[in-house]
Design a protein around this ligand. Structure first.
Ligand SMILES: Cc1cc2nc3c(=O)[nH]c(=O)nc-3n(C[C@H](O)[C@H](O)[C@H](O)COP(=O)(O)OP(=O)(O)OC[C@H]3O[C@@H](n4cnc5c(N)ncnc54)[C@H](O)[C@@H]3O)c2cc1C
Length: 408
């Protein structure tokens, strides 16, 4: 095992693997990724893999677009499929105000060269015949996004990083991080590692990991449900995959999964998980699902997509999902801790992990943050946000789901 490196990346989810790969592409290959179990064993293995280009933060669009780009590059280099389905996405406007906001985002997408169309309700029905368009004012259509296979993408990133010279150690838990003479010393299950830089990509584990350094990261896991239905005849009869749909009124995303639907729900009354600490023996596990809690959303979805009402539920998953108080990841250097970097707090880590890693690698290797993305800088919360305030904000931001903040 490499024991003296320029960079140690802690965490082998899609984010850590993306960071390792993007650093390697920038020429930094004196690196090692340390993962306590196997790659993807955190939240990544059970994610739905949605990678939309549309979000309420037009400034973040670059990270979304950069993610698919990064995964496809890793696929090309590694020969490992990332399972990208270019289905496109529809973002429904439930109000005129929403549609007006959507329109105001168009120049940002044009600047980035990302196809972005405002569709009428009739056009929405033509693109996605399962959607009942009564009461909607239109939609944004981003035809070039879709979904990837999160495990395949992580493997591709890992293989491509290794091919460029990076190392990966699995079953290698980091148990302590301490500064020593301008470097960082990591105690791990396989011995000590000395690194000039450490990137903490451990999602909701990051808070406890860095607490001994006097850092109070406002990262906490919420519970997050997804449902997969049995096959639906109207889908099975199609020969092209349906675009993904996001609806702020129903507060869910829906995409095709084989001949059925995969639905992710943002509950208006979210529940947290493990607020007093992540159980040390937590493995590749899911939490008990609670369909009753989801019923208000599922009923709205039945009205929006009547075919869903006829479909049996095949799988319901409830997984822990890392959230920050504004719902955005924490990326960049930790103030007053030279060489310590954060890449944690992702709630759409598949959608934004690859692009965020490219952003972080540019910052680390170039010495300056790429411009105009202060919204994700790791220092934005300060170190004195109380747990109560952090939880209250996370509750609000989670419950808001796909509703747009008016100005960002
Ligand atoms: C039901 C559900 C559906 C989802 N669907 C989507 C979706 O469609 N699109 C999307 O973008 N996102 C989705 N997500 C969110 C997505 O899963 C996460 O944002 C993403 O996986 C986070 O990646 P990560 O690398 O930050 O964290 P993780 O995948 O959790 O990786 C962190 C890693 O750190 C390791 N680690 C922790 N402590 C240590 C230690 N001490 N030493 C070494 N290693 C350590 C862990 O073992 C873990 O492997 C979904 C989440 C849920 C719950």
């Amino acid at each position: 095992m490499k024991t003296d490196v320029q960079v140690a990346v802690i965490g082998g989810g899609i984010v850590g693997a993306s960071v390792l790969y993007c650093l390697a592409k920038s020429g930094w290959t004196d690196t090692v990724l340390l993962e306590r179990r196997g790659l993807t064993s955190g939240s990544t293995w059970h994610a739905a893999g949605n990678t939309t280009y549309f979000g309420p933060y037009p400034k973040m669009t670059e990270l979304f677009a950069g993610s698919i780009r990064t995964y496809l590059e890793a696929e090309e280099e590694s020969g490992q499929s990332v399972g990208f389905h270019r289905t496109g996405s529809l973002r429904l406007a439930a109000t005129e105000r929403e549609l007006a906001l959507f329109r105001s985002y168009a120049p940002r997408y044009a600047e980035l060269g990302i196809p972005f169309h405002i569709r009428t309700p009739e056009e929405v029905a033509a693109l996605h015949p399962l959607i009942r368009t009564d009461g909607i004012f239109g939609a944004v259509h981003t035809p070039t996004d879709g979904h990837v296979d999160p495990s395949g993408a992580t493997r591709a990133l890992a293989i491509a990083a290794r091919n460029r010279g990076a190392a990966i150690e699995q079953q290698c838990s980091v148990t302590a991080i301490t500064p020593e003479q301008g470097r960082w010393i990591l105690e791990t299950a396989k011995g000590r590692v000395s690194a000039r830089h450490v990137v903490v990509a451990t999602s909701f584990w990051a808070r406890e990991m860095l607490a001994p350094l006097g850092l109070h990261l406002p990262l906490y896991p919420t519970q997050h449900h997804e449902i997969i239905t049995e096959a639906i005849p109207a889908i099975a009869a199609r020969d092209t995959e349906l675009p993904a749909m996001r609806d702020s009124h129903v507060s869910c995303n829906v995409r095709q999964e084989r001949d059925g639907l995969l639905i992710g729900i943002y509950e208006t009354e979210p529940e947290f998980w493990a607020l007093d600490g992540i159980p040390p023996d937590f493995k590749e596990e899911l939490l008990p699902p609670d369909i009753d809690r989801l019923m208000p959303h599922l009923e709205l979805l039945m009205a929006r997509m009547p075919a869903f009402a006829e479909a049996g539920i095949k799988v319901s998953n409830n997984g822990p999902l890392c959230f920050t108080p504004d719902g955005l990841p924490m990326l960049g250097p930790v103030p007053d801790h030279d060489g310590l970097w954060l890449a944690s707090g992702f709630n759409v880590g598949i959608g934004t992990g690859g692009g965020s890693a490219a952003f972080l690698a540019e910052w680390m290797t170039g010495g300056h943050p790429p411009p105009n993305l202060e919204v994700v800088h790791a220092d934005r919360f300060g170190n004195d946000l109380t747990k109560d305030i952090a939880l209250a904000r996370i509750r609000d931001v989670y419950a808001r789901g796909y509703q747009l903040p008016d100005t960002i």
